[in-house]
Design a binder for this molecule. Structure first.
Ligand SMILES: NC(=O)c1ccc[n+]([C@@H]2O[C@H](COP(=O)([O-])OP(=O)(O)OC[C@H]3O[C@@H](n4cnc5c(N)ncnc54)[C@H](O)[C@@H]3O)[C@@H](O)[C@H]2O)c1
Length: 322
């Protein structure tokens, strides 16, 4: 909330459905008779079923929650009754727009903490302490923040080649950042004797299948698979650790003009050809809607997924199975 009152919410076109959907879901909850009239299998049908997931009263930290998938996850969790702390490197006003959107759509308390999870100085323990004292506890961590800088291992054209700087940037956020946030949150959970803690890491299909022009990103997401499996073995069920692996999402902040230009270059394509290729090789014939991935995150965070641990779930629409 700004000093001048609520900040108007300007949603990018790619996620413009979210507030409308949230409002629809909010009013649908109030009209309990309409709850069962929603088509089975839609994200909306899952989202309205908060009593089934029983996440009400939980507290979640969502990194990278100021944009794209993280914003959709923050909203979905709040719709399920979760108080959400959005952590992101984006300026305060952008983070607060998401917090305002979440609170006005769901009535849930939410907060924003601006933090660079890859900064030279690790401020995560202090940030996580602030989240816990503001929201009372932490039950769920969603490691969603991530970046992608397409580059070829060897680029004879000399334009987009893997460099130390690309390696350092991508691994710092996608690997070191995930370590740091999880260490701070899990330490807090253990110190507080939290039961039923959950860590959900957003990986990528590239992390298991590889991706031309994205080997640094793929390597970083492969590390997310490894962290997920290793931490689950360390915690032995006292904190469930799972991954969610999307294939191609509808456009988010990650898909910048610079990203598309570089990825198209590494694949010998025009940007137009690259765009036309996004849905190719996906059984469902389309990119994932953000809400479809967010619903899976909410399910995994819930007691309904109590027998799922140490695994990374593909949410790819059947990508690569054609
Ligand atoms: N977009 C896709 O097609 C796709 C596919 C598979 C997996 N993913 C993964 O989904 C996750 C979300 O990506 P998205 O597509 O929503 O992108 P996005 O750029 O919209 O969101 C990423 C968020 O992370 C934040 N962030 C980046 N660096 C940070 C840092 N150092 N500290 C704190 N926050 C930081 C950004 O500010 C941004 O808000 C990422 O982990 C990404 O790798 C995306």
């Amino acid at each position: 909330m700004s000093k001048d009152g609520p900040i108007p919410i300007r949603m990018p076109a790619a996620v413009s459905l979210l507030p409308a959907r949230a409002a629809a879901l909010h009013s649908a909850r109030r009209r309990s008779s309409s709850r069962h009239s929603q088509p089975v299998g839609t994200p909306e049908a899952h989202s309205s079923n908060s009593s089934w997931l029983r996440l009400n009263g939980k507290v979640a930290v969502v990194t990278g929650g100021a944009s794209g998938l993280g914003r959709a996850i923050s909203l979905e969790l709040a719709l399920q009754g979760v108080r959400v702390a959005v952590l992101d490197v984006q300026p305060e006003d952008q983070g607060l727009q998401v917090v305002n959107m979440v609170t006005s759509s769901t009535g849930q308390h939410a907060m924003y903490a601006q933090v660079d999870i890859a900064a030279r100085e690790n401020t995560l323990p202090e940030t996580i302490g602030r989240v816990a004292s503001t929201l009372g506890r932490i039950d769920v961590l969603v490691n969603n923040a991530g970046i992608n800088v397409p580059a070829l291992l060897v680029d004879e054209g000399g334009k987009h080649e893997v460099s130390d700087s690309v390696l350092d940037r991508v691994l710092a956020v996608n690997v070191k950042g995930v370590f740091r946030v999880t260490q701070a949150v899990v330490r807090h959970m253990l110190e507080c004797g939290t039961t039923g803690g959950v860590v959900i890491n957003i990986a990528s299909e590239a992390g298991s299948q590889g991706s031309a022009g994205q080997s640094v990103y793929a390597a970083s997401k492969g590390a997310v698979y490894a962290m997920t499996h290793s931490w689950a073995k360390e915690f032995k069920g006292s904190i469930r650790v799972m991954g969610v692996s999307p294939g191609v999402l509808e456009a988010t902040g990650l898909r910048t003009p610079a990203y598309e230009e570089a990825l198209a270059y590494t694949r010998g394509q025009t940007v137009q050809q690259l765009r036309e290729s996004y849905a190719k090789g996906i059984l469902l014939g389309r990119e994932a809607r953000l809400g479809e991935v967010a619903s899976v995150v909410a399910f995994l965070a819930s007691h309904r997924a109590s027998y799922i641990d140490g695994t990374v779930l593909n949410v790819t629409g059947g990508k690569s199975w054609l």
